[in-house]
Design a binder for this molecule. Sequence first.
Ligand SMILES: [Zn+2]
Length: 304
Amino acid sequence: MFHNRLIALALVAVSCLAIVAAPALAQRGGAGGAAAPDPVEKAVQLKPDLYYVPGAGANAVIRVTPEGLILIDTKNPGAEIAAALVEQIKSISNLPVKYVLNTHHHPDHTGNNQTFVAQGATVVGLEKMKQLMTTDQRTKDIAGPPTVTFPKDYSLKFGGATVDAHFYGASHTGGDTVVYMPDKRFIMVSDTVPVANPTPGIGFGGNGGSAVQVPGLLDSMLKLDWDVAIAGRGGPMTRAEVQAFKGKWDTFMTRVKDAVGKGATKETLMSQVKQDDLGWNFNAGFFGNLFDELQANPRGEPRL
Ligand SMILES: [Zn+2]
């Protein structure tokens, strides 16, 4: 049972990587084949009034307030998935979902926004995330893009809860949004921190993602006061786990900058940077994009 679950997680991880890699890194190989069975799972409590629902795409996070619910991410598109997600939400509270936040535009995070819009919810999102969602071939026809948008930071105060959204830099996509609940000491890091994939999923090209901005993004996350994090996939993470992931990025970027300083070119960079000891397997396309990024944004400043 546990073994099967691991296999399913690994398949989901591969398909998520494929989502990122498809337009920019076509040589990685198609994501064809049968989809892994990935049903909506039972809601799991993280803290009082705070839950997450795994399965069927990305984790969805639910914050309960006396005036209604705040939902972060809405899973893969599909009526059955939407109904199963609603069922899990109802198992937590009969109050309506009043706000939906999306942590990036990919379909496994935005797929059922419209279900909650139809029930009276308002979708809130980063302007850049909305722009990507409404132009990306994979999401432009998904209903329910954000109607309340913000350029960089947003603080939703509702039912006594505070739910903050921040753009700290691009990584998995150009619209990556960190959701922080200071009163719960909780953070949703989405796919900027991969749990199931060993290699980070950096979506270059049409995804608008970035490698050079990742260390700064992780740094900003770690400056917030939280003790539980949830990523797009997998279970709760501790600060130590996110810190360890940042440590890997710091090591990796130091090696990359050293190699470039010693004259590595776009073509040779990959062969001059050790990554297997980090458990990573970035391909030639990734290193080419990274080389270009370093020329354009050597300090890795957050850019929308
Ligand atoms: Zn994604």
